[in-house]
Design a protein around this ligand. Structure first.
Ligand SMILES: [Zn+2]
Length: 77
């Protein structure tokens, strides 16, 4: 379940597990914990696996970046 960058670093597409070929849009910019287009989130308003996957992915990006540059001025690379 590898997140795909969308139009913003806080917005990602995550391949659907139950519907191959489809994607869910995760927007981490929405408070408090992010928003997803899947049924888990839209119906139950709970933090779904897609949001967790994107949070983990973004965290790994930041950690990788911080390992090479402890004082980055941006995260677009
Ligand atoms: Zn979701």
């Amino acid at each position: 379940m590898q997140p795909i960058p969308h139009d913003h670093l806080l917005r990602w597409l995550v391949p659907s597990h139950s519907r191959p070929g489809e994607h869910h849009l995760v927007d981490l910019g929405k408070l408090p914990d992010g928003q997803c287009s899947c049924e888990d989130w839209t119906c139950r308003k709970r933090r779904c696996r897609h949001i967790l996957a994107v949070r983990e992915h973004v965290l790994n990006l930041i950690i990788t970046r911080l390992r090479t540059d402890p004082n980055p001025t941006n995260y677009d690379g």
